[in-house]
Design a protein around this ligand. Structure first.
Ligand code: NAD
Length: 362
């Protein structure tokens, strides 16, 4: 069985789906790994590191199993072999057409986004591993832009107050952001629509901001708020936000536009020199003033909405991603060949295209 690792040509993408350590493990299991020359270049992994791990360099697209970070483009999809298996982020909720194209191309595809959030599948949860990178990096970005210290400092020139950091949306990225900001010495506060998150917020030394709005959805995710709930949340949040030096937002609802949590008016009331980092840019953003993919300054407040923070830390982001892929691949392979058991709840949920299955996917 061959496993292909293509280069990731998307602009700004620096990750690669497999790293040499994981390649060595696959080769030890008897798999033949084919890496496209230069696939690891942007992650600073030279071709030789892959070949020393047991891979060979070549065209990855005809492989039996192709592993990717980003969804394949139309031309990439056309290069996949009929009967092959694809594993990667495949954007199943916002680009359902890709699943249909893959099915028509005779490809069995597993979307990492659709891996269920259950204990057994944690090792395959690439949304979580990449959100961890994003949450960490968001805090460093905010600290870099902020005109004030994060920690309290007692110096010969006097004392400096610690920065206050508010994290809106405390899933995996938000929790990592709270923990990272705390390590830098900031005073931290977290808010989420799922009330059970309060305990996790407190466990990383942060204060829970209670706005009295609860919106628990399915599968551990949030649901969209009703009109009234949204108005109430926006009003109360607007009041709270202005007191913080840094606001990091990560609020997402799967397959829906990101909730608008930070109105322009609230940013206007923040102190100049404060920073908003909006991690929901790819879903439109949580802040009314965010320009997804860029950084703007309004009334002296910096608003950054980076689209792919995991790619800015390609070494560890790729390493964690590769381990997620390995865990899923080990479930797909039986005696070294792709033979997914679709009665397995993890594979059944993650599979978004299954060619010979009447009625499409699932
Ligand atoms: P996500 O990226 O989908 O969303 C980020 C956060 O935004 C979530 O906490 C969500 O509740 C919050 N949010 C949505 N709308 C909001 C609003 N209007 N206002 C404020 N906050 C809002 O979430 P995620 O990081 O993927 O995690 C979702 C859940 O899944 C979490 O409970 C997480 O702990 C859980 N999880 C479980 C497992 C597992 O058991 N294997 C693995 C990963 C995550």
């Amino acid at each position: 069985t061959t496993v292909g690792v293509p280069r990731e040509p998307a602009p700004g993408e620096r990750r690669v789906a497999l790293v040499p350590g994981v390649v060595a493990r696959l080769c030890a299991q008897g798999l033949d790994v084919v890496v496209e020359p230069g696939a690891g270049q942007a992650a600073l992994i030279p071709d030789e590191a892959f070949t020393e791990a047991g891979a060979r360099l070549g065209d990855p697209w005809p492989a039996d199993v192709v592993v990717k970070v980003r969804p394949p483009s139309r031309s990439e999809t056309a290069r996949l072999s009929r009967g092959s298996t694809l594993i990667g982020f495949l954007d199943p909720l916002t680009d359902p057409d890709l699943a249909e194209r893959l099915r028509q191309a005779g490809v069995t595809a597993f979307a990492l986004e659709s891996v269920p959030r259950i204990s057994r599948a944690q090792s395959m949860d690439a949304l979580s591993s990449q959100a961890t990178v994003a949450g960490y990096r968001a805090v460093l970005l905010a600290a870099g832009e902020c005109t004030r210290f994060f920690p309290m400092l007692t110096t010969a020139a006097g004392t400096v107050k610690p920065a206050s950091v508010l994290v809106l949306g405390v899933g995996v990225a938000g929790l990592q952001a709270l923990a990272t900001a705390k390590r830098l010495g900031a005073r931290t506060t977290g808010y989420d629509v799922r009330p059970e998150v309060a305990e996790q917020v407190r466990s990383v030394g942060a204060t829970w901001l209670d706005l009295g709005v609860s919106a628990v959805g399915e599968g551990g995710y949030a649901r969209e708020l009703t009109e009234d709930e949204r108005a109430e949340q926006t009003r109360r949040l607007g009041e709270a936000i202005s007191g913080f030096d840094v606001v990091i937002t990560t609020a997402l609802v799967p397959g829906r536009p990101a909730p608008r949590l930070v109105p322009a008016e609230a940013v206007r009331r923040m102190r100049p020199g404060s920073v908003v980092v909006d991690l929901a840019g790819s879903a439109g953003g949580n802040c009314e003033l965010s320009r997804p993919g860029s950084t703007v300054v309004e009334h002296g407040v910096t608003i950054a909405a980076p689209l792919n923070l995991p790619a800015t830390m390609p070494e560890h982001a790729s390493e964690l991603f590769a381990r997620n892929v390995l865990a899923l691949l080990e479930l797909v392979l039986v005696d070294g060949r792709p033979a997914p058991d679709f009665t397995d709840e993890v594979l059944a949920a993650a599979c978004i295209a299954r060619p010979d299955h009447v009625g499409g996917h699932r």
